[in-house]
Design a protein around this ligand. Sequence first.
Ligand code: PRP
Length: 180
Amino acid sequence: MEQDLKKILIDEKQIMERVQELGREISSQYPPETDLIMVCILRGAVVFLSDLARSIDRPVTFDFMEVSSYGEGTESTGVVRIIKDLGENIQGRHVLIVEDIIDTGQTLKYVVDVLKTRKPASIKTVTLLDKPERRVTKQIKVDFNGFEVPDEFVVGYGLDYAQKYRNLPYIAVLKPEAYS
Ligand code: PRP
């Protein structure tokens, strides 16, 4: 697996420190007894969710939504589909959407637009990684962002290429020959 990696971009210690900071930032934005529902966008955000949730000092519940725009390729197709919807009613609740990476922004825009129609009390968004160079929509607001990353193919800590590398404990850049 390591032979497919060009370099480690963000190591395990940097991730852990930033996740702790994000947890503190997020906690400070909500009154102590806020009913906060963390909506994890499967599958990539599941690793981040599990660490982030444990760094938030508020009562939280989890729910999961699976959307897809990538398939097996490396480029977003721009067409977002719901594969699995939430199990819970979010009306009147404070929603925190948890993403692993925001690239073109189309997935997040779609998810926010869908969830808004269900009348939550608030929607905020947190992402571990942001690739601002790739953005095609300006209509999204990221409330909490872990790291800005350059326009390279990154894997690890939940992020995959063709479903592989999700269990790496760090974020790494994939060698182009590993996906071409
Ligand atoms: C990734 C990522 C975001 C989306 C970001 O998911 O988790 O949901 O792409 O891209 P965008 O900003 O261009 O819309 P992916 O579809 O690869 O699924 P996965 O989380 O199961 O890996």
